[in-house]
Design a protein around this ligand. Sequence first.
Ligand code: LLP
Length: 444
Amino acid sequence: MNIHTRETLKINEKGHLEIGGADCVELAARFSTPLYVFDEAYIRAMMRVYRETIAREYGGNGCVLYASKAFSCMAMYGIARQEGLGVDVVSGGELYTARKAGFPAEKIYMHGNNKLQAELEEALDAGVACVVVDSALEADRLEALCAARGKVQRVLIRINPGVEAHTHHFVQTATPDSKFGFSVANGDAARISSHVLSLPHLELRGFHCHIGSQIFEKDSFVLAAEKCLAFIADLKASCGFVCEELNMGGGFGVWYAEEDRMIPPAGYAEYLSALIGAVKAGCAKYGLKQPYLLIEPGRSIVAEAGVTLYTVGAIREIPGLRKYVAVDGGMFENPRYCLYGSRYTAILANKANEPAAERVSIAGKCCESGDLIGADMPLAHAETGDILAVLTTGAYNYSMASNYNRNLIPPAVLVREGEAEYIIRPQTYEDLTRNDILPARLAK
Ligand code: LLP
């Protein structure tokens, strides 16, 4: 692997891995491990690539929404705000975090296939830009809540254009069998549109679609855009509705391991260009006004900006079978191998120039055999005490972490020009028991 093609990582003169100009071995010594590390410059570069592409190729008639489920914390909302992005939030908790970080409500889009009544109320009270409606129940609940408040809420409808993207089936979202979105093919999308148009307190602005995640084929995005515009044209013909906004979701793939494409930040402009090209072509074909265009990248903004640092502990070699290198993390801070069989690239940060001499399985410390960060990963000869860096862990790692086995969720630091600071402080044992209640009868 040639890490020099990744702008965020390099190997310094000590032979140590550096991220964003900070020596990973020093970070591990200063902040302890396990530790999530994020490179601010990379995150900002990715946000700018998308924003500038919309400005250049779509006359600025659109907005980049950071899909904050990828990594939601106050600092991320702060960066997104400074970079002029909007955000997509998918729960009351993400909305709360964004608002607490001072993120403007008028740039927040509220998602979710089963938003709770309380979450809809929170979204309305915050004054979010748009609610992305994903069920008839939700449309009716929202209408009632808006009527009671005497306000009109802008909404998009999530449609399912029926595009099969080449990715893990858990992260495909626009196949016929999906819990998300109204199917275009079976007429549900047209039916819910008429229903929402009949509701006096909802202002239908347009449509949203998200075909899945970790997708490299540009054609999947192009096809999704074509199908959305064909639907928009049909709807205009049948009921005269003019679509003002089109949100094409996220999903651009990132590099995790050998089999993935390695795309520098600037390369993502090509993906967005292809999408924009398809939107423009569709509008020209059907004689439609070009809608305000939204995209919702999450993973591609933050995944490659992150590494997780561990300390190597016990090493178990099972002759002829496998070598396990155990680290101080595991599925509680990175469940992606357990969930999806995800592949990663690992490097010994203190021996970053040493060639990957063997294949090992990196084991976590949780009480189950499946608790791996990865299986059969190429690695230099590891010894207890080495600092292991797993790359591309910025997206969907912290955000899916848990306190399984009452392990502490690691803190996160943000690196800028070689300087690191906490953006998520370390949990303590006290945090683990904060919400526990020991009834008196159980204390004696
Ligand atoms: N918009 C919507 C409506 C979404 O559901 C998602 C991701 C995104 C945008 C952002 O997609 P991205 O650019 O990050 O691909 N936990 C899984 C990924 C789940 C993706 C969920 N939705 C993983 O670790 O791979």
